[in-house]
Write a protein that binds this ligand. Structure first.
Ligand SMILES: [Fe+2]
Ligand SMILES: [Fe+2]
Length: 269
């Protein structure tokens, strides 16, 4: 038996005529808009509202946003049909929900620093203290918590150093570029072209993404065990939110801020 299902209310990039077929026990799929071959970063750029769905399935759209939906689903061992169903449930995208609207790079930098860098600085000590407490109370019964604590500590240290570099070196230079008029020469920098610090930041994003993936695997996608106490649950919920915020943060840098800054530099003499 073949069943064709049309999903008319999908986000813009998913439409038109998104469909898939069920044939007996074997699930097969044909998607006219080639969503399966679309990079995760491009899907998010088209509709940022899909990020909670990608987070739920562990599909990293920032540090590994270059993977297609199909590649990422295979890597994470998730059924792409399940992802598509959840994406479809989001409904049509309102026009106000467009990452492409960030044309003011100093404004975007302010948003990244005040929203996402601040989030890391505020939540990191709280989560680290909760993990310390969990290891003391439950480390014997749940030894994976010991590695979770170590991984989160590494991630925190790397992110704090990383954000300082962005705020003290890269972001001020992007602001200088934004204030340089067309026709003027490129402002001097201690690092040569902006590609150098950007490639270094992207590499650090990738390393942070690796740590997040290991945290997700160790915590069964941040699912606290059935016998978990309130602190345990709060900690895992906090870690899931930390991951989600970091994904949005890195996405804005890798796929919005950095490419536009590179283009801005290239346009100067
Ligand atoms: Fe950042
Ligand atoms: Fe960054």
């Amino acid at each position: 038996m073949t069943v064709v299902i049309t999903l008319p209310a999908a986000p813009r990039i998913l439409s038109p005529q998104l469909s898939y077929r069920l044939s007996g026990e074997v699930f097969s799929m044909s998607v006219s808009s080639s969503i399966l071959q679309t990079r995760l970063a491009d899907l998010v750029q088209d509709d940022p509202r899909i990020t909670p769905v990608l987070d739920r399935f562990g599909l990293d759209y920032c540090c590994r946003g270059y993977r297609t939906l199909q590649e990422a689903s295979i890597d994470q061992h998730v059924a792409v049909s399940d992802v598509l169903e959840e994406l479809q449930a989001i409904g049509p995208r309102p026009d106000t929900c467009d990452a492409a609207a960030w044309t003011d790079l100093p404004g975007l930098i302010r948003h990244i620093v005040t929203r996402h860098h601040r989030y890391v600085r505020e939540h990191q000590p709280v989560l680290q203290a909760l993990l310390d407490k969990l290891v003391k109370r439950h480390g014997a019964g749940h030894p994976e918590l010991i590695e979770v604590r170590v991984l989160f500590e590494s991630l925190s240290e790397e992110m704090l150093q990383h954000m300082n570099k962005e705020e003290n070196i890269l972001f001020p230079y992007i602001e200088t570029l934004a204030n340089t008029s067309a026709g003027q020469s490129r402002p001097p920098s201690p690092f040569g072209t902006i590609l150098n610090p950007i490639r270094a930041m992207e590499q650090e994003h990738l390393e942070a993404g690796n740590l997040l993936e290991r945290l997700r695997a160790l915590t069964s996608a941040y699912q606290a065990p059935a016998d978990a106490c309130m602190s345990y649950r709060l900690c895992f919920e906090g870690l899931a939110q930390f991951e989600s915020d970091l994904h949005q943060h890195v996405y804005l840098e890798n796929y919005v801020l950095f490419p536009r800054a590179i283009a801005m530099e290239g346009a100067l003499g």
